[in-house]
Design a protein around this ligand. Structure first.
Ligand SMILES: Cc1ncc(COP(=O)(O)O)c(C=O)c1O
Length: 394
């Protein structure tokens, strides 16, 4: 058989760090161990019934068996605009300021290709969601990291970005509620972002994947709520987490019309839009009762409380996440994040994601997903106690 070599572009793609975690967990489970897997970010609950029912009904409609309009059905873009008006008081032109996406990930990877030339600079948060690096590699962009430090509430400090880097940067990714740290941003941070981006001609892409998940009665702020935000950027919204629809692949980009047009143009060449029945069901999710979302946030909040309390009870001094469904936990001294994750998997049969997988500034932490029942989360804390690294101080 002939051997076909991969292109230089494919060879330049970042290594999928978490593939090795999946492999380790899979191996331990195959050996018969009962693993409590807090290492991944896949919602554990099903999509609400009324959304599934809408999909079933819409799947019967022969109109949906044809190609969809290239840029998605108007009713879905109108539903997205209605959603932003209702949830955030943000007014959007459905045709010019909304682009339909095959999930947030697709948009995040497409945007660098839309706006950057090889060698251009992209600012990314560190620690951060690794798919930002994928978009950078495909666009052959140069990445400059913005450290997210605990002392700054895991927000980037724009004053620390060297002037030359700020001037060179074309694009910036941000993400609040944050994966992996669980931090949230307030309106004043987004106002500072608009100012910094305006001064340096940077396009901001705010990844709002966990937009629905804020705790202690605090609703996460949309970047588009900041004055002037549409002049400098966009926000990416996904239905994956808000409505437990990760498998459905549906989301949208909203904001600056030039950027929306650029995304639509690229997508005109890559795909025809989503299955019409998915578009109909997604519109229902956005427009119907949001009780399911309230219930989901309550569930994550009580899981968070149970898990954090469980860890405090064994003497692990952890901070409570303010949003997202992740807890960002400090690794005890003497271990790297990877060594500590390996230890927890081996000795406690608990899987967590090592912080180094999210970038250099993630070292010293592990990420635990609140994606199993309260009972299992409490059991995870008890199993971790047996590892003997934590001592409860009174
Ligand atoms: C920070 C962040 N952004 C984007 C996504 C992508 O979500 P989706 O592609 O399912 O919309 C995820 C998924 O885990 C995420 O954690």
């Amino acid at each position: 058989m002939k051997e076909f070599k991969q292109s230089q572009l494919l060879k330049s793609l970042p290594k999928q760090f978490f593939a090795s975690l999946v492999e380790k967990v899979g191996k331990a489970a195959a050996e018969g161990h009962d693993i409590i897997n807090l290492g991944q970010g896949n919602p554990d609950q099903p999509t609400p019934d009324h959304i599934v029912a809408k999909l079933k009904e819409a799947a019967e409609n022969p109109l949906n068996h044809k190609y969809s309009p290239f840029r998605g059905n108007s009713y879905l873009k109108e539903a997205a605009a209605e959603f932003y008006k209702r949830e955030y008081g943000v007014v959007l032109d459905p045709e010019k300021e909304v682009a339909v996406l095959f999930g947030g990930k697709a948009g995040l990877v497409e945007i660098p290709v839309c706006l950057m030339d090889p060698g251009d600079t992209l600012l990314v948060p560190d620690p951060g969601y690794p798919d930002y690096w994928s978009g950078a590699a495909i666009a052959r962009a140069h990445m400059a990291v913005m450290p997210l430090k605990e002392e700054n509430g895991f927000l980037p400090d724009f004053s620390e970005i060297p002037k030359s880097t700020a001037k060179a940067a074309k694009l910036m990714f941000l993400n609040y509620p944050n994966n992996p740290t669980g931090a949230v941003a307030d309106l004043s941070f987004f106002e500072d972002t608009v100012q910094f981006a305006g001064e340096n001609d940077i396009c901001v892409v705010h990844d709002f994947a966990y937009g629905a998940i804020g705790f202690d009665g605090e609703k996460p702020v949309s970047f588009l709520q900041a004055k002037g935000s549409k002049d400098v950027g966009i926000e990416i919204y996904t239905l994956s987490k808000t409505y437990n629809m990760a498998g459905w692949r549906v989301g949208f980009a909203v904001g600056n019309r030039d950027v929306i047009e650029a995304i639509n143009l690229l997508q005109d060449h890559l795909y025809v839009s989503l299955f019409g029945a998915v578009q109909e069901a997604a519109s229902s999710a956005l427009l119907d009762s949001q009780e399911c979302v309230e219930g989901m946030v309550e569930m994550y909040e009580s899981r968070r409380d149970a898990f954090v309390q469980g860890l405090k009870n064994i003497g692990w001094d952890v901070a409570s996440p303010k949003g997202s469904f992740f807890a960002w936990l400090k690794v005890p001294e003497g271990y790297t994040s990877e060594e500590f994750s390996d230890l927890l998997l081996k000795e406690a049969k608990v899987a967590v994601a090592p912080g180094i997988g999210f970038g250099e500034w993630g070292e010293g932490y592990v990420r635990a997903g609140l994606l199993t029942s309260e009972e299992r989360l409490i059991e995870a804390a008890e199993r971790i106690k047996k590892v003997g690294l934590f001592v409860k101080k009174d």
